[in-house]
Every structure is written in C-alpha cells, then in structure tokens.
Design a protein around this ligand. Structure first.
Ligand SMILES: Nc1nc2c(c(=O)[nH]1)N[C@H]1C(S)=C(S)[C@@H](COP(=O)(O)O)O[C@H]1N2
Ligand SMILES: [Mo]
Length: 295
C-alpha cells in the first residue's frame, strides 16, 4: 500500500512511540514497513479506506449507537493500565499487561476489509498478530472447543451504554478452529499507530471473513469453553443473528439484504463476496455445513 496516502503526518510520529512501546521484533517475511512492522502476505491488495473515513464511522455501542458517536464519546477512554486474561479450559492461565501482550509475537500489518452486518465496509491496515500465538501460550486443554471473548465495561466511563439496548459487557465467541485460523488476529493498531479509542483500544479481535460484530473491541477476558458461549447480538435478537455470522451475500438478514455493501469513502456500492473474499482460506472450516442453517 502507499502508506503516505492514508496515514496522516502526525501518525508517523505516534508510530515510532508505538513501536517502542510494543518492543517490536520485525516479522520474518513479507514487505518491511517503514516503522519495522512487516506487511503480511495474507493482506488484500485493495486500497485502504482513507483514515478519516474509517475512524469517524464506527460501531462501539458502549460509547453510543450513532456511527459518529464513538469518535467523540470514547475520546477520554482510559486504556492503561490494561490486563487481558486467558482462562477456562487451558493448562496455563494467563494475565498479561499491554506490553507483554504487544511483544508476545511479531506484529504484522494485515490489510483486511471488515464488513458490517449493516452493509457497509472498510479496508483497513490493521496491526497485530495471529490470535493462535496467544492461545498456544495458554495451552488449550483437550476439552476446549470454543473461545469466548468479553469487552471491558465501566458504566462510569461509558454512560451512553445504558441506552444502547444490548446487554454489556459485550461478548463474542468463535469455534476454537476459527480462533486458531491464521487469518484471525489479535489487533493492537491500525494505519501504523496504536488503535484509537473508538476502534477498540487497546486490543481487539479482527475476524475478516465474519460480520464486523464478531470483531470484538477493547477485550479484557478470553475464556476457552466446551460449550458454545453466549454472544451479545444473539442474546439481544436470536432470530436475527447467528453464532457463525460468516459474510454471506446469499443469506439475507431478516430485515435487509446482504447482497451489496457500501465501502466507506467511496460513492459506489459493491457486491458482497462470500466469506468477505477469504473463501479459499476458510471454506474448509465449514465443509458439510448448511450455511443457511448455521448462519
Ligand atoms: N465491544 C464492542 N465491540 C464491537 C462493537 C461494540 O458495539 N462493542 N461493535 C461491533 C460491530 S457491529 C462492528 S461492525 C465493528 C466495527 O468496527 P469498526 O468501528 O472498526 O468499523 O466492531 C464490533 N465490535
Ligand atoms: Mo456491525
């Protein structure tokens, strides 16, 4: 990507702080980024959405339900100190601070599209590493089949949450093999800098072949389980949201079509692609499954 075109100048300065903070080791392969983060070959070649479009149109219901609310309401969100725990059916439970989390594996840039179930999408240069690196460190037990994720919740810092109409803390979940898939990343930054608050600082998930709501923000707790964990949107509207939530233009949401999407920063709508374009890599996870039934 032509980094200069999408990264405001101030971010280059913050990028250096970020790399220092995260104690970065450059990845072994891929294109070296100016700040030392390698671009993963798993990136799409699509041009990234302009930075300002991506960070001013968000879903982060803890900070309001309007698309422009999170950029304003999350401005003073306190993301340090921060601890992420990994527990449940693991042999080595973990409690990691941000510096330990950021240096657990080499950070990479992954340019992925993220497609919201509300039919808009953005192409973002995310920075992170495979979630599998963290899970492997915790050594999943033999009975673990799912991974449950929980966001930070503090009604004092998030007074708008009460009006959002969904239960908090926000929860998500993946099957263990989906969580271990190399495309699934634990994300600490975007556009060469740490995540801004509205994007789920300091650490979020990115699961690029699933609708955006699976990509849970501001994670504090990860639990390996035997049973499929409850997830926020299913708790809130079980007939409208499935556990899998794979991007699928052939299975409409009960209230609107999923055939097309609007790319932020562009004036055209485009056809939505099955698994958000990652079918070659992920369709094997669902072989033999009826995607209409397991939506
Ligand atoms: N904790 C938390 N995570 C969340 C949400 C949320 O409301 N709270 N919204 C989800 C939804 S619906 C989408 S589409 C993506 C939006 O990510 P973006 O702001 O980077 O586009 O975040 C997801 N993660
Ligand atoms: Mo979404």
């Amino acid at each position: 990507m032509t980094d200069a075109a999408v990264t405001p100048k101030g971010l280059y300065l913050r990028r250096r702080d970020f790399l220092k903070l995260a104690g970065l080791v450059p990845a072994a392969s891929g294109v070296r980024m100016p700040g030392g983060v390698a671009q993963s070959p798993l990136s799409t070649s699509e041009p990234p959405t302009p930075y300002n479009e991506a960070v001013h149109y968000n879903n982060f219901y803890e900070f309001g339900t309007g698309k422009t609310d999170p950029a304003v309401e999350a401005r003073n969100f306190k993301t340090r100190p921060w601890t992420v725990t990994v527990g449940g059916l693991v042999q080595k439970p973990l409690a990691l601070d941000l510096d330990s989390l950021g240096s657990l594996a080499p950070l990479e840039e992954r340019i992925y599209p993220l497609r919201c179930v509300e039919a808009w999408s953005a192409v973002v240069p995310w920075i992170g590493y495979p979630l599998s690196a963290l899970l492997a460190r915790a050594a999943p037990g033999a009975r673990a089949r799912y991974v449950a994720f929980e966001s930070f919740y503090d009604p004092r810092q998030m007074p708008r949450a009460r009006q959002a109409g969904i239960p908090f803390p926000y929860r998500e979940g993946l099957r263990l093999d989906e969580a271990m898939h190399p495309l699934t990343i634990l994300c600490l930054g975007m556009y060469g800098a740490p995540l801004p608050p509205q994007e789920g600082a300091p650490v979020r998930l990115i699961v690029p072949w699933k609708y955006g709501f699976k990509s849970i923000k501001s994670i504090v707790k990860i639990t390996l389980t035997e049973k499929q964990p409850p997830t926020t949107w299913r708790l809130s509207a079980p007939s409208e949201y499935g556990f899998y939530s794979n991007v699928n233009p052939n299975v409409d949401h009960p209230r609107w079509s999923q055939a097309k999407e609007h790319r932020l920063g562009s004036s055209f709508s485009r056809s939505t692609i099955l698994f958000n374009g990652f079918g070659d890599q992920v369709s094997g996870l669902y072989s033999g499954m009826d995607l209409r039934k397991f939506f």
